[in-house]
Design a protein around this ligand. Structure first.
Ligand code: ADP
Ligand code: MG
Length: 297
C-alpha cells in the first residue's frame, strides 16, 4: 500500500506526493499573512497572543493549524475571519489587503451556532439573503447545499431535531453557501464523539473535493490534522514553529493511520507539541515529590 520504508522520516515523500506539492505551490496564493501580531492587555502590561506570524496558503489548499491550548490558534482564526484585528502586520486575500468580516471568509465554530428558530434550509439561506439574494434563488441554492451535505430529508427540520454531527454539517453548508474564498474552522468537531468525528472528517474531505474553497482548519488533535491537511502549521506560544508538508498520499482515509508516512508525521508532531516527559518532571517542585512519598510504584 505504501512506498515509504518502515523507518521513514516525515521529510520523505513518495513521487506522487512530491508532484502534488510541486503543483500545489504553483497555484495562486489565496491567503497571505505577513508578520501578524496580536497583543492583549494583561495584569502585567500586555501579552502577545501572536508574534510575527507569516505564512501563505494556496488556492484550494487544506491547511491545519495545531498547537497546545493557549498558543493563539483561535486568535489567528478570529483575525483571519475578520472578527478581531491584529495589532501589527497584515493579511491579504487574493493579493488585496483586507480586514473586518466579509463574505469572502466563512467561519465554523466548535459550538453549534445555528439559529434554533430557523429550519435547516432557512439557516443555510440566511447568509445568502443577507447578501441581498432574492428569496427564491436563495432557497434554490440552499437546497443544493442541503443535498450536498446529505441532509435532503431534514431540509425542513429544526436544529433541535438534529444530532451534533448533522448540526455541524448544516453549519458548514451555511458558511460555504455565500461562496467564500477561505473557510475558517475552529475545532469544529471538538464536541463530537470519536465515531461521529471520523465520519465528519471524511464528509468534510468529500465536500472540499467538490467545492472551490481554501480551508484553514484549527485543531489540537494531531491525527485529525494529519488526516485532513496538505500542510500543517505548528504554533507555539504565538509563533510559527514549523509549516510541514504532510507526506500521506491522497485520497485519505482512516485506514492510513498505521502507514509509515502517517506514523512518521505523528512522531514529528508529538516531538513539537509535547515536551519530553523528563523535562516536565524536572520542573516539579521537590516538596511535591516528597509529599507523594516512596510508595507510588
Ligand atoms: P488557543 O485557541 O490556541 O487555545 P487563544 O487564541 O484562545 O489560544 O489564546 C491565546 C492567548 O491569548 C491566551 O494566552 C489567551 O489567554 C489570550 N487571549 C485570547 N483572547 C483574549 C482576550 N480577548 N483578552 C485577553 N487575552 C486573550
Ligand atoms: Mg481555541
Amino acid at each position: 500500500m505504501s512506498e515509504a520504508p518502515a523507518n521513514s522520516s516525515y521529510h520523505q515523500q513518495a513521487p506522487a506526493v512530491a508532484e502534488r506539492f510541486r503543483k500545489l505551490k504553483e497555484r495562486p496564493v489565496v491567503l497571505e499573512i505577513e508578520n501578524l501580531g496580536r497583543e492583549f492587555p494583561a495584569e502585567s502590561g500586555r501579552t502577545a497572543a501572536l508574534r510575527n506570524v507569516s505564512f501563505r496558503v494556496h488556492r484550494r489548499e487544506f491547511v491545519c493549524v495545531i498547537g497546545p491550548s493557549g498558543c493563539g490558534k483561535s486568535t489567528l482564526a478570529r483575525i483571519v475571519a475578520g472578527l478581531d484585528s491584529p495589532t501589527s502586520g497584515r493579511m491579504l486575500v487574493d493579493g488585496k489587503e483586507t480586514s473586518g468580516p466579509c463574505p469572502e471568509r466563512g467561519m465554523v465554530f466548535q459550538g453549534y451556532t445555528l439559529f434554533p428558530w430557523l429550519t435547516v434550509t432557512r439557516n443555510v439561506m440566511f447568509g445568502l439573503e443577507m447578501e441581498g439574494m432574492d428569496r427564491t434563488q436563495a432557497q434554490a441554492e440552499a437546497r443544493q447545499w442541503v443535498d450536498l451535505i446529505g441532509l435532503t430529508k431534514f431540509a425542513d427540520s429544526y436544529p433541535q431535531e438534529l444530532s451534533g454531527g448533522m448540526k455541524q454539517r448544516v453549519a458548514i453548508a451555511r458558511a460555504l453557501a455565500p461562496n467564500p474564498r477561505v473557510l475558517l474552522m475552529d475545532e469544529p468537531f471538538g464536541a463530537l464523539d470519536a465515531q461521529t468525528r471520523l465520519q465528519m472528517q471524511t464528509h468534510l474531505m468529500e465536500i472540499w473535493r467538490n467545492v472551490e474553497v481554501t480551508i484553514l482548519f484549527i485543531t489540537h488533535d494531531l491525527d485529525e490534522a494529519i488526516l485532513l491537511a496538505d500542510r500543517i502549521l505548528v504554533l507555539k506560544t504565538g509563533e510559527v514553529q514549523e509549516f510541514i508538508e504532510v507526506p500521506v498520499p491522497r485520497p485519505r482515509s482512516p485506514a492510513q493511520f498505521q502507514t509509515p508516512e502517517f506514523q512518521a508525521m505523528r512522531r514529528r508532531l508529538d516531538e513539537l507539541i509535547h515536551p519530553p516527559v523528563s523535562a516536565a518532571t524536572e520542573r516539579l517542585p521537590i516538596v511535591r515529590l516528597t509529599q507523594v512519598g516512596d510508595d507510588v510504584e
